[in-house]
Design a protein around this ligand. Structure first.
Ligand code: SF4
Length: 424
């Protein structure tokens, strides 16, 4: 498969994102109302069924990180009183607003007409939107999603979320949009979501091949983009995944690895599973370290924060509100430590990984807590070595390429030793 073919899906996604940010920049002129919300547990189809446009502050923060603008925004938020320990997504977002709310593509972002706080597992989500509520004069709705502390979502939990969607959220969206709730329209969108989700799962599962035709962490960021953000429920989203899966099928047939910024990576000496989000400020440098060491990522948990589709979940048009509740309850941020450990152990086996790597994020207290326990437990259960590295999401002060290189090298040596011991 040629690089041009790979570039088709990336170019398509770039076009989709550019169109979305342009739509946002013109929202006020075109009379579109805007809802700020979070990626995990997002109710994109429901918002779109009211013709509302969603905005995801984490996506703006990560895009700003990739474009090396986040340091200025973080400094601005710190000047405003947010401490060094506050989640850097929050500081990047608040700093961006303080500096005029110009989005990552350089176009202005509209103010929110509603803040929809889907609370899925991270307490910071709540504090973040408390801050936004103080900055913008607009209503807020909180969708409280019970944490899966016992490792499963119960019928009572689902009913609780459905009641909130029906009794609190839908009336708020009706009031904001001036439209009545249209369940037929919502069902149509959910049906389209499920088709796109089939495509994403095919793409992620292709990493079972050797060589893997995808990188399920760095490349995975692109593959989950349309489904995790504003495009679920649209024809564009289905088209994107059709393109992507066709590209991957061609790569499998040709025995090729993924296209990376450094070139095609067919020579894969190590297959890894990764826990934790990527670093965004040095995304390319971070990826290059893996590329240089011939380490391909065959599964990651970051690509599940917006839904565990590869574990069977699909948006179900036959149960529109129940399926939205199940989606919120089941996304990765809402899972307990034992459930996260089970998931990682499953990936190590399913993708026949040589080991797993934890990328801990300095300012993400919610998900970094417990990662060392996860690592020890996984080592016991899988018999494969675990590695640990630490940087940050969008604060460049915490990325040290030399440090990560050293740690990665030592970790891959451990894998070599395990291999040698096995074959002895
Ligand atoms: S999950 Fe981590 S990165 Fe996301 S909002 Fe919470 S603290 Fe910040």
């Amino acid at each position: 498969m040629s690089q041009t073919q790979k570039d088709q899906s990336m170019a398509l996604q770039k076009e989709m994102l550019a169109g979305y940010f342009e739509e946002l920049s013109q929202a006020k002129e075109s009379g579109r109302k805007v809802v700020y919300t979070f990626v995990p547990g997002n109710l994109t189809e429901l918002m779109r069924s009211f013709d509302l446009l969603p905005v995801y502050p984490e996506i703006n923060a990560l895009q700003n990180g990739m474009r090396r603008r986040s340091d200025d925004y973080i400094a601005e938020a710190e000047r405003f009183g947010h401490s060094e320990d506050v989640c850097t997504y929050v500081k990047c977002d608040i700093g961006m607003m303080k500096k005029g709310n110009i989005g990552p593509t350089g176009e202005p972002l509209p103010k929110p007409d509603l803040l929809l706080l889907s609370y899925t597992g991270c307490f910071v989500f709540m504090k973040w939107f408390e801050n936004l509520k103080a900055m913008y004069d607009c209503p807020a709705v909180m969708l409280h999603v019970p944490y899966q502390s016992e490792g499963e979502a119960t019928d009572e939990m689902r009913d609780y979320v459905v009641r909130q969607i029906r009794n609190d959220l839908i009336p708020a969206l009706e009031k904001l949009s001036g439209r009545k709730y249209d369940e037929t329209r919502l069902r149509g969108m959910l049906e389209k979501s499920a088709r796109a989700e089939d495509g994403l799962v095919k793409a992620l599962e292709s990493a079972q091949n050797r060589p893997s035709p995808i990188d399920a962490y760095f490349g995975g960021v692109y593959y989950v983009g349309p489904i995790f953000t504003a495009f679920r429920g649209t024809d564009d989203c289905i088209d994107y995944y059709n393109h992507l899966t066709a590209e991957i099928e061609r790569k499998v047939a040709a025995g090729e690895g993924p296209v990376t910024p450094e070139g095609v990576m067919t020579d894969q000496r190590y297959r890894l599973v990764v826990e934790g989000p990527p670093n965004w400020t040095h995304f390319r440098d971070f990826w290059k370290l893996f590329y240089d060491m011939k380490a391909v990522v065959v599964a990651s948990t970051y690509t599940k924060v917006g839904g565990l589709y590869d574990r069977g979940f699909r948006h179900d048009p036959e149960r529109p509100l129940e399926t939205l509740a199940d989606y919120c309850l089941g996304c990765y941020t809402n899972l307990s430590l034992p459930a996260r450990t089970d998931l990682l152990a499953h990936y190590v086996e399913k993708y026949q990984a040589d080991g797993f790597l934890i990328h801990s994020v300095k300012s993400c207290n919610s998900f970094s807590a417990g990662q060392l326990l996860i690592m020890r437990e996984l080592e016991k259960r899988t018999g494969r070595p675990g590695g640990f590295i630490e940087t940050d999401l969008v604060d460049p002060r915490y990325f040290s390429a030399a440090n990560i290189k050293n740690r990665l090298e030592s970790y891959l040596q451990m894998i070599e030793q395990t291999r040698a011991a096995r074959s002895a």
